[in-house]
Design a protein around this ligand. Structure first.
Ligand SMILES: [Cu+2]
Length: 192
């Protein structure tokens, strides 16, 4: 490698952590719990949020979110024995708005009971985070300014293709969004 030109001053490293964004202090307008898992049917399995693969979701499975609000979602990966025959990691990915991890831990896959809780700090904004089998993660999402339909999904391509995707309609103060006229697979006849 050849380097030329005048030497530049190095950039000083910050001495304090960046402040937590104001919206992360709340208020939290809505709390949701989502399970991430798959059927034991093979082949091929269905992957889903809350037991419904994307190709089978209806408008009742679409989350309606008010723009400008903040929500907490608890994501629970149920792909763990003995609840599930397959053990799978699910890197959760959300579009448009980022999220931060509030806390996380392990849960009992049979009862759903939370077993451990670790508070996360600092709360870095991200759009992809792994949910390990048998683990729960609570994320906080601020729906800043975009009104319209968007998605979240597992970032393992085969899981996503086999159904691990969900839909959000972000609506304005009057409840209007852009989801009307945008059809789900069950509305176009492409579901199974
Ligand atoms: Cu996955």
């Amino acid at each position: 490698m050849t380097v030329s030109g005048p030497r530049l001053d190095s950039v000083a490293l910050p001495e304090v952590m960046a402040a937590i964004p104001e919206h992360l202090e709340g208020p939290v307008a809505q709390r949701r719990v989502l399970t991430l898992g798959s059927t034991t049917r093979t082949p091929p399995p269905d992957f889903w949020f809350d037991n419904v693969p994307y190709q089978n979701i209806t408008t009742e499975n679409v989350f309606t979110v008010r723009v400008g609000t903040t929500e907490d979602w608890i994501l629970k990966n149920t792909n763990v024995a003995p609840f599930s025959r397959s053990v799978e990691n699910h890197p959760f990915h959300i579009h448009v708005n980022g999220c931060t991890v509030v806390d996380h831990g392990a849960f009992d896959p049979l009862t759903g009971a939370i077993l451990t809780r670790i508070t996360s700090y600092p709360r870095t904004e991200m759009d992809t985070l792994n949910i390990s089998p048998g683990q729960w993660v609570r994320i906080r999402i601020h729906f800043a300014d975009y009104v319209g339909r968007t998605v979240f999904h597992c970032h393992v391509l085969s899981h996503e293709d086999l159904g691990m995707m969900g839909v959000i309609d972000i609506v304005d103060a009057d409840g209007n969004g852009a989801g009307v006229g945008q059809l789900l697979p069950t509305q176009t006849g492409h579901s199974h």
